[in-house]
Design a protein around this ligand. Structure first.
Ligand SMILES: O=C(CO)[C@H](O)[C@H](O)COP(=O)(O)O
Length: 251
């Protein structure tokens, strides 16, 4: 049975060109750098800074809070959330996109948990595969988000983009994200995102590119007709058809 996304990304000549943005993103993330990930214009239309939690440095967290200026969150897989007993923040989630916020946490060794250094420590602890629930205090200053088990093929959000990219980088399925807000306090869009990326030398990736990458490589492994409907901003409906076929082919 396939358990890791990295098992799925054998090279496929037809998708070589479209693979490039994702492969370059993985290289940057593996080096401990942040990249920019944009969702669809008809979704949140947000640009988030994204990094891997297991190697995030205080400098990267400081960059996020200084120049990103959004909320520093930690997308994690359901497995991590269950092991660390990261319970939902609220009982009835009424967020417009059902972003799966859990109760906030700090690493137990933190003094207050707010500094960039202590937030980086908490983020790394979330990615530590030996960590247990007792290694965290609640509430804290880092906000874990639980990813859809099917990643961006199940939900086209930044949460899933971060955990998919972590898996593709062969890292624990835990990321760090922070929305980019402009001088006026609003999320930046369009050309402002390109300017921000150029100013700081950051790579840009869209969730659509990641969906294409995953769909191409999943299809290469499981059969040619498994592509989700990329015209659909939320690929969940086509993904359920995809999963039916994928599961049938595993039996
Ligand atoms: O709610 C959020 C956490 O600050 C952000 O909008 C962030 O982009 C993650 O949400 P999603 O996975 O829905 O894109």
């Amino acid at each position: 049975m396939i358990t890791k996304l990295s098992d799925w990304h054998s090279p496929s000549p037809s998708s070589e060109q479209s693979d490039e943005p994702v492969l370059r993103a993985i290289t940057q993330l593996r080096a401990g750098k942040a990249i920019i990930v944009q969702d669809a214009e008809d979704r949140e239309n947000e640009a988030d800074l994204v990094a891997l939690a297991d190697r995030v440095s205080p400098d990267v967290v400081n960059f996020m809070i200084t120049h990103g200026r959004g909320l520093v969150c930690a997308p994690v897989s359901r497995e991590i959330a269950e092991r660390l007993r990261l319970d939902p923040m609220v009982k009835g989630n009424s967020d417009p996109h059902r972003t799966q916020f859990t109760v906030s946490v700090d690493a137990a060794s933190c003094r207050t948990g707010i500094s960039a250094t202590e937030r980086a420590r908490t983020l790394r602890a979330l990615a530590d595969l030996h960590a247990t629930a007792g290694d965290f205090t609640r509430p804290g200053h880092v906000f874990p988000l639980i990813a859809h088990p099917a990643g961006v093929l199940g939900r086209a959000g930044h949460t899933e983009a971060a955990t998919d990219l972590a898996r593709l980088a062969d890292a624990p399925a835990a990321g760090v994200i922070c929305e980019i807000l402009g001088q006026d306090g609003n999320p930046i869009t369009g050309r402002s995102v390109a300017r921000f990326a150029a100013r700081f030398g950051l790579l840009r990736l869209t969730i659509q590119q990641l969906i294409r990458y995953r769909a191409a490589h999943d299809s290469a492994l499981l059969g040619r007709d498994l592509m989700p409907d990329l015209t659909n901003a939320n690929p969940l409906i086509s993904y359920s058809r995809y999963m039916e076929k994928a599961l049938a082919s595993c039996i």
